[in-house]
Design a binder for this molecule. Structure first.
Ligand SMILES: [Zn+2]
Length: 128
């Protein structure tokens, strides 16, 4: 991986984590402002839906922030861009498209096809 690309990725990750932290704060404030249902049942339901929707978004933002932070740690440790399974370099093209990738394409598809795949176990549960 060339130094230029590494620097670009580093800057991107710093910007990303700032952006995510801001969004998380904004959604948390929004959640705090949500009034504990006043008024009729319809209001109550709308409130609940809005709250759970906000919580879902918050959860997704936090997961995303975790991925960014993990990627920043890997950059700091000099492990960024190295597949965690086969320890080979992940091609720059893949990292440009997926900056938080921890697996090369081959290992990723192996994991997805593996028996521990969540999608697989869910669909087999539904079938029975
Ligand atoms: Zn690999």
């Amino acid at each position: 991986m060339n130094a230029n690309f590494k620097r670009t990725i580093k800057q991107y990750l710093i910007q990303e984590s700032r952006r995510l932290e801001k969004s998380i704060q904004a959604y948390q404030k929004r959640l705090e402002r949500m009034s504990p249902s006043s008024g009729d049942d319809a209001d109550h339901v709308v409130n609940l839906l809005e709250q759970s929707h906000t919580l879902t978004i918050l959860e997704q933002l936090r997961q995303q922030l975790n991925r960014v932070e993990a990627a920043r740690r890997r950059v700091a440790e000099g492990k960024y861009g190295i597949c965690v399974d086969c320890h080979r370099a992940i091609p720059a093209e893949r990292l440009k498209a997926l900056p938080y990738a921890t697996l090369c394409v081959r290992c990723q598809s192996q994991r997805e096809r593996g028996p521990r795949s969540l999608m697989m176990s869910q669909s087999s549960l539904q079938a029975t």
